[in-house]
Design a protein around this ligand. Structure first.
Ligand code: PEP
Ligand code: MG
Length: 323
């Protein structure tokens, strides 16, 4: 069994009919990068940087962040490492930022992530500078969380340019990220996807939050289990909207929400046109097994029936019947 796992690790992430679908890992700290390689993954699809900000009394310095990002980039170079800027708020509380946020009746609809960062350049610039400096070490894909429209994206990119100009003037070594993208995890971003796609190099769909916001169901509330399911037909239809927008603009389309690592979802995601799936590293071997026996062309022929399904149960049973 161990031999089988080792053999699988070294096989490429390609479907039976030859479609390459790289399988990447989600990490919270740079030392998670090694596990991705040992599980047979090809990159990082989500580095949740907020964990660098947790369990301490103040934000990590530029040098501390530089060391963390450069470590992950170096370990995986030349493979892509997708680093997401600070996604504070909602389920990700950072006590020393509480005074900036104030009391909120609805933290998931609150002053968080890119909203908080854009309002506090003194906080955000430290991270952006560290990222530009770390980009020298490998293949950096930079990603912004919780974006709802192009205004936020433009403001974030403008601040990135300011940081680049500063580093240049200071004579520090830096590089542009290989790609800049946004997470699609809000209904706003979903409905703006065709326009956002013109201004980014990639989309990465965050199904954890996209499900929460599309179905207006708090992802932490145990009473809402029925609505915390990314196989809900509203979410499936949302995925096809994003996929069409990405294809029309010719940009990369990936997924880093939990759905990406679910074997039941992989044929559907491949058929929709997703071309990177990022998951908990432990799920990579099972995902690769599904992928390598999958015909993406055959899955594509059955896509319509899933997009017409009325209930979550119907979506799930249709997918379970796919060959
Ligand atoms: C998501 O929302 O799907 C996602 C990948 O990000 P997080 O779970 O960190 O909010
Ligand atoms: Mg999210």
């Amino acid at each position: 069994e161990r031999r089988q796992a080792e053999a699988l690790r070294d096989l490429p992430a390609v479907s039976a009919d030859g479609v390459a679908l790289p399988l990447w890992g989600n990490i919270a700290r740079p030392d998670g990068a090694g596990e991705i390689l040992s599980r047979g993954g090809d990159g990082v699809g989500l580095f949740r940087t907020e964990f660098l900000y947790m369990g301490r009394d103040e934000a990590p310095t530029e040098e501390e962040q530089l060391a963390a990002y450069a470590e992950a980039l170096t370990v995986l170079s030349p493979r892509p490492v997708t680093i997401r800027t600070l996604d504070a708020g909602g389920d990700k509380e950072i006590p020393y930022l509480a005074s900036l946020v104030g009391h909120e009746a609805n933290p998931f609809l609150g002053y968080r992530a890119i909203r908080l960062c854009l309002d506090h350049p003194e906080l955000f610039k430290v991270q952006l500078r560290a990222l530009l400096r770390a980009a020298v070490a490998g293949n950096l894909w930079l990603m912004f969380p919780m974006v709802v429209d192009a205004e936020e994206l433009r403001a974030a990119k403008a601040l990135l340019d300011v940081c680049a100009a500063e580093l240049e003037a200071e004579g520090l070594e830096w590089a542009r990220p290989a790609k800049v993208g946004v997470m699609i995890e809000t209904p706003g971003a979903l409905l703006m996807a065709d326009l956002l796609a013109r201004e980014v190099d990639f989309f990465s769909v965050g199904t954890n939050d996209l499900t929460q916001y599309l179905l207006a169901a708090d992802r932490m509330n145990p009473r809402l289990k029925r609505l915390q399911d990314p196989f809900h037909p509203a979410v499936i239809r949302g995925l096809s909207v994003v996929a069409r927008a990405a294809a029309a603009a010719g940009i990369d389309l990936g997924m880093c929400g939990e759905m990406a690592g679910d074997p039941l979802a992989i044929p559907l995601l491949a058929a929709l046109g997703f071309r990177e799936l990022s998951m908990t590293p432990a799920r990579i071997p099972a995902a690769k097994k599904v992928l390598r026996s999958l015909s993406v062309a055959e899955a594509g022929k059955r896509l319509d029936e899933v997009l017409k399904a009325v209930t979550t149960a119907e979506v799930r049973s249709l997918l379970a019947s796919w060959p």
